[in-house]
Ligand binder design. Structure first.
Ligand code: ARG
Length: 472
């Protein structure tokens, strides 16, 4: 072979490959992370070769032993040096080269009936299953932490001015905001669980380059060895399909966007101007110039990570547009982007989980904020509506009362309630004038009312327990 023993092809070439172009085509640095999954995939391929009596039991044993050695070399780190010096184009070629070096002639049988195309698809499916599981566990952990903090804020009955348009809107419990944080991670965990399930359904191994094999590979044995439910139905589709890894990146990026929104809000809450929260010393960072600073860097980085993830998701998807069915080298780019996006996302979720646990609330500031800026105005309007005044008239009347109070820089008070009841020809009007009464007066399921909230928290906790145990 004129291209060097490390390449898996070359028999039909007489000239040497251009080294720059060979380096351009290499995916080794991107896909070394897949080594443990390729090893599992290679072991399963040996099972398929053995099951189909394509190799003798002695050769199959030798292949298994060599793969076992590579597994140890991966664990002790020595495989990486070998892979980088092997001249292999990718992790699959490097493992094949190592097996050939370790098992001599028996090693030459490993690639019988397989292509890197079905190998990449299978290895990626195994990677997706593993990382979707990690993502599910991270999302469950964040959701549970948010619920734990929600329960304790519910005990304290700490209040918060919920905002819309960043303007004070209505009083809620801080526990309700924390419950809203948790809900996003319940959904994120469920999304990861779906991907985890899907990635365990069909084994692409044995699809070959694009049409299957004329060797009697025992595909079912390989699928069983890898924990797949069954085998893929169509080899042409199986080698070119990247749905699983794209679903994983989607689940990652959706979790990151949720994280980014919470992080973005906490960045503002941690500002002394707001003063709702303070990031513990373990998570806050200082300025090299301004001695007084306590910056919420982990949340700023988590906020930005979502933007990079969205770009990666779009980029990975775009590599498939217009691509013919089956394998094309473009898919190497899909893979590189997807692996990067996944690792970055899971790293960010882990960092967010730590930083989120290091946020300390300032209950006095939160409670004070909840009572300011006429957050009870809707409750006063609701009280009029409950007494038979139309919604439009109630809105207009309370809006007028707010304008008058605002002009003299005072909150709504009992005199306002009296004027409103007089204007409507009602006897005494009962309505919340304080944030706490507003919260307690909420009646709907899913509201910030403490009893409703307690029920919501426990229901979300049960969903997280189910998601923690196993994929949905
Ligand atoms: N490095 C390639 C990838 O990551 C491996 C597949 C190569 N297949 C081929 N027919 N050239 O996708």
């Amino acid at each position: 072979m004129s291209t060097g023993a490390s390449l898996q092809w070359g028999g039909r070439f007489s000239g040497r490959p251009d080294p720059e172009l060979l380096a351009f085509g290499s995916s080794l640095e991107d896909d070394l992370i897949l080594a443990p999954f390729d090893l599992a995939c290679s072991r399963a391929h040996v099972a398929a070769l053995r099951g189909g009596s394509i190799v003798s039991p002695a050769i199959a044993d030798a292949l298994d032993a060599a793969l076992e050695s590579v597994t140890s070399e991966l664990a002790d780190g020595s495989f990486f040096a070998f892979a980088r010096s092997s001249g292999a184009e990718d992790v699959h070629g490097a493992i094949d080269a190592r097996v050939r070096a370790l098992a001599a002639e028996s090693g030459e049988w490993l690639h019988a009936g397989r292509s890197r195309n079905d190998q990449v698809a299978t290895t990626l499916a195994l990677y997706v299953r593993d990382r979707a599981r990690n993502g599910r566990k991270l999302a469950v952990a964040i959701g549970r932490d948010a619920l734990a903090r929600s329960r304790s804020a519910l005990e304290d009955r700490t209040l918060l001015a919920a905002t819309t348009h960043w303007q004070p809107a209505q009083p809620v419990l801080l526990a309700f905001w924390l419950g809203a944080v948790a809900e996003q991670f319940v959904r994120a965990a469920a999304r990861f669980a779906r991907v985890e399930n899907d990635s365990a359904a069909h084994s692409p191994l044995g699809s070959g380059a694009c049409s299957g094999s004329s060797l009697p590979l025992d595909r079912a044995a390989a699928a069983r060895a890898l924990g797949f439910g069954t085998t893929t139905r169509n080899a042409l589709d199986a080698v070119g399909d990247r749905d699983l890894v794209l679903d994983l990146v989607h689940a990652c990026v959706r979790a990151l966007v949720a994280t980014s929104r919470v992080a973005g809000e906490l960045v503002v809450w941690c500002s002394p101007t707001f003063g709702y929260a303070r990031l513990d010393d373990a998570a806050a960072t200082g300025s090299s110039l301004m001695p007084q600073k306590r910056n919420p860097d982990p949340f700023e980085l988590a906020r930005a990570a979502a933007a990079a993830g969205v770009g990666d998701l779009a980029g990975a998807l775009a590599t498939l547009t217009g691509l013919p069915l089956s394998y094309h080298r473009d898919l190497q780019t899909t893979k590189a982007i997807s692996l990067r996006a996944t690792e970055n996302s899971l790293g960010t979720l882990g960092a967010f989980a730590r930083a989120f646990g290091l946020v300390r609330w300032n209950a006095a500031r939160l409670n004070a904020g909840a009572d300011g800026a006429y957050t009870v105005a809707t409750d006063v309007a609701d009280a009029l509506i409950a007494r038979g005044i139309t919604a439009r008239r109630a809105h207009a009347l309370v809006g007028g009362a707010v304008a008058a109070a605002d002009a003299s820089e005072r909150p709504l008070d009992a005199n306002d309630l009296r004027s409103l009841s007089n204007a409507c020809g009602l006897d005494e009007l009962q309505a919340p004038l304080r944030a706490r009464e507003s919260v307690e007066g909420k009646r709907t399921l899913g509201s910030t009312n403490p009893d409703a909230l307690r029920a919501s928290i426990e229901e979300a906790a049960r969903e997280l327990d189910a998601l923690a145990g196993q994929p949905a």
